[in-house]
Design a protein around this ligand. Structure first.
Ligand code: HEC
Length: 351
């Protein structure tokens, strides 16, 4: 009897503690968001003017004005900004590695008032919604997402994440063989780094289409690479210390940096290693391709007779791709799945 009572008491206590936690959580969300939650469109003291440049002068610039913002924008479900998205989580990691989390409100707006915190520019942004996560690929240099030239319809599109998941397609082929494994070459080492981390922008039609890195010829264009020279633009752009304009955040791996640098300086930006003659080889049929997230297998597919595969309706997010087939070395790479402009995933397996 006594035991039963104390059990019930413990249960009630746990419930109250949980409630208190929830209350704190909710308060923090609103606290950080400034005056989010006021409801109503158009009023001066509540969330309003979705899609407009919140931080324009006369509104909420970062300094001056009546209610300065550190950041402000609007989240939609589609690139044209037709449907607002309520309840998305916007995660910002600023230049000092400080994380700020904001929730989009009843009309899709997110904002933080300077009196609730600071953000040191530039910063990275990701938006998540119901298990999907999209990342802004470039660093944000100021706080106003809806500023002219930024995320407005007709330019690069609205900030959006929706439930419209896209297919991921790709191919699996045999990696070039032959040559010594200690040598660094484009086909064996560099191509896969560019493909995983750079080509999303550096490709025809990408955000940096003037300097595609999708083929050997492009990747060694004379303005980017001078064989043997450590002052090559490619190396300079990848150094972490460059500050603004560095491509380091996309590479973000010292071993990869060393590889690219050695490839250019020590191996004269060679296409193949010594003795290696072929580019990539035959297609690999019936290979398995899997997408993993936080230690869990989320999707898988097999390649067909032509070495290609399709995974339908992949939720946006960061994945580890694993590909395998008996007789080949295990393969892994990182992959960011997007909700638009999804690039084909071309995997090469080595024997
Ligand atoms: C999110 C898009 C994006 C990604 C990803 C990206 N870049 Fe860039 N890259 C740019 C833009 C935009 C510029 C030009 C502006 C600048 O220099 O900051 C640029 C410039 C460059 C340049 C100088 C040539 C030029 O076009 O101005 C090199 C070299 C370069 N990137 C290499 C890389 C490498 C290597 C990677 C992968 C590790 C990479 N980039 C990833 C967008 C990107």
């Amino acid at each position: 009897m006594k035991n039963a009572k104390s059990g019930k008491f413990k249960g009630t206590l746990a419930f109250l503690v949980l409630l208190a936690f929830l209350a704190v959580g909710i308060q923090t969300a609103f606290g950080e968001n400034g005056e989010n939650g006021g409801g109503g469109e158009g009023g001066d003291d509540s969330t309003h003017k979705a899609g407009q440049d919140c931080m324009a002068s006369g509104c909420h610039p970062s300094t001056g004005g009546e209610k300065p913002f550190t950041v402000g924008g609007t989240v939609y479900m589609d690139p044209d900004g037709l449907a607002k998205l309520t309840g998305a989580t916007v995660k910002i990691v600023d230049a000092n590695k400080k994380t700020i989390t904001l929730a989009s409100d009843s009309i899709g707006n997110i904002y933080q008032r300077t009196k609730y915190g600071t953000i040191t520019y530039p910063y990275t942004v990701s938006v998540s919604y119901q298990g999907r996560e999209v990342k802004m690929l470039t660093l944000a240099q100021h706080g106003s997402c809806n500023a002219v030239n930024c995320h407005i319809t007709g330019r690069v599109g609205r900030v959006f994440v929706g439930t419209n998941d896209l297919p991921l397609t790709g191919t699996v082929t045999e990696a070039a063989s032959g040559g010594t494994s200690t040598e660094i070459s484009y086909t064996n080492d560099i191509k896969k780094i560019f493909s995983a981390k750079c080509n999303v922008c550096h490709k025809p039609g990408g955000a940096r289409s003037v300097s595609p890195l999708t083929t050997y010829a492009y990747a060694t264009a004379s303005n980017l690479v001078t064989p043997g020279l450590d002052t090559s633009l490619m190396i300079r752009k990848l150094t972490q210390s460059l500050g603004i304009g560095t491509m380091w955040p996309y590479l973000n791996n010292q071993a990869d940096f060393q590889k690219i640098s050695d490839w250019i300086v020590k191996y004269n930006a060679q296409e193949f290693s010594t003795g290696q003659t072929s580019t990539s080889g035959a297609v690999v049929s019936r290979a398995t391709v899997e997408l993993w997230q936080s230690g869990r297998k989320m999707y898988s597919a097999n390649t067909n007779a032509r070495g290609s595969f399709t995974i339908k309706k992949v939720k946006a997010g960061s994945y580890t791709v694993k590909a395998a087939k008996k007789g080949y070395q295990a393969y892994t790479q990182d992959y960011q799945m997007n909700q638009s402009n999804v690039s084909s995933l071309d995997i090469q397996l080595s024997k």
